[in-house]
Write a protein that binds this ligand. Structure first.
Ligand code: 5GP
Ligand code: MN
Length: 333
């Protein structure tokens, strides 16, 4: 745990009337669960709360009422609010300010800037930050924050959002980041009203058909490298178009690729709309993928990390594999 204690964040938030909540681009289940829970909890305290999530919100998390709760204020309105009132900005699950995407300038305009996160690579930003690098998910840290601020406000929708983030970041309590606290927090959230089967069905069994088709073509396009230690695949603009999937619907592909016997790392290269490549990395058996991501200015966790490379697909692949050469030797077959 680095930065300020939970009680400091709790006090700062308790004293705030206007709160803007932010999270990282390509927001995943933990990011969305964190933001939704913060909006609902802080509104229940009588605060005016707005949430700003970069890009489009992936459809798999609509069951958290994301359409109604997120991105309901424009940038202009947000800037206006910051110049006329004391706005407390809070970033959740983002390892650095640049990850707030197009909303970063608004975060910087806050009269106070607070940060809550669980990325060990988070060196701290804003005026007060709390980073618990041991926590599986930001939602776990937020649950502890809410317990400090008054557990009676943890309603069923708040518990459901936090549970969804916990399930998403631990791969349903299966990944190496699953610790005893994850299960204890999960149990607590079930006590507070979260339904494990509803959440799992919503996240894993309600995929848009295009997402499943995209997953199929991405699995077919995969290649085994370094004697099977690395599996690499793609999501190209063409694959997105053919499958009918949206950019924000690529979650789950790395989970399928990591199932392959003998692999120690997964590399998924995604062509973005702005001609850069988003790289998603997953490690197994302790293979540190964070060091690969940080070589390109990215970050994340030991076994789940990412970065963006400004190049075309082929060049990005070569750059990333050159990094893998350093750890697995020059023979890629
Ligand atoms: P994903 O592959 O699901 O996008 O990201 C995996 C993990 O790495 C997440 O914890 C995410 O926050 C982190 N991550 C992904 N891309 C970046 C990046 O460009 N910079 C940093 N600092 N972290 C990233
Ligand atoms: Mn997270």
């Amino acid at each position: 745990m680095t930065g300020v204690p939970l009680t400091v964040l709790a006090e700062r938030l308790a004293g705030a009337d206007d709160v803007f909540v932010f999270t990282h681009e390509f927001a995943d289940g933990d990011a969305l669960g964190s933001v939704v829970a913060l909006v609902l909890f802080l509104r229940a305290m009588g605060k005016d709360v707005q949430a700003f999530v970069p890009g489009k919100v992936q459809r798999a998390y609509r069951f958290l009422d994301t359409d109604a709760l997120l991105n309901t204020m424009t940038m202009e309105q947000g800037i206006e609010r910051c110049s006329s009132r004391h706005v407390t900005c809070l970033s959740a699950d983002a390892a650095e300010a640049s990850r707030l995407g197009e909303w970063r300038p608004l975060f910087e305009r806050g009269a106070e800037r607070l940060v809550i996160d669980h990325h060990a690579t988070n060196a701290g930003f804003g005026d007060a930050y709390l980073v618990d690098g041991e926590a599986s998910s930001c939602c776990e840290v937020i649950l502890e924050l809410f317990e400090t601020m008054g557990s009676e406000r943890i309603s069923t929708p708040v518990a459901t959002a936090l549970y969804a983030g916990l399930v998403a970041d631990t791969g349903s309590f299966q990944f190496a980041n699953t610790g005893a606290p994850s299960l204890i927090h999960g149990a607590r959230l079930i006590d507070l009203g979260a339904s494990p089967d509803d959440v799992s069905r919503s996240i894993y069994e309600a995929r848009p058909y295009g997402n499943v088709r995209l997953m199929a073509s991405s699995l077919c396009a995969s290649r085994l490298l370094y004697a099977g230690k690395v599996v690499l695949s793609y999501v190209t603009r063409g694959m997105l178009e053919e499958s009918g999937a949206l950019d924000e619907d690529t979650e789950g592909i790395t989970d399928e690729l990591r199932r392959i016997e003998g692999t120690r790392a997964v590399v998924l290269l995604k062509e973005t709309r702005d001609d850069s490549i988003k790289v998603s990395l997953r490690g197994k058996y302790g293979f540190d993928v964070k060091r690969v991501a940080t070589a390109f200015g990215g970050g994340g966790h030991l076994l789940a990390a990412g970065c963006t490379v400004q190049s075309d697909l082929a060049a990005a692949e070569e750059l990333v594999l050159l990094e893998f050469d350093r750890y697995l030797g020059p023979s890629r077959t």
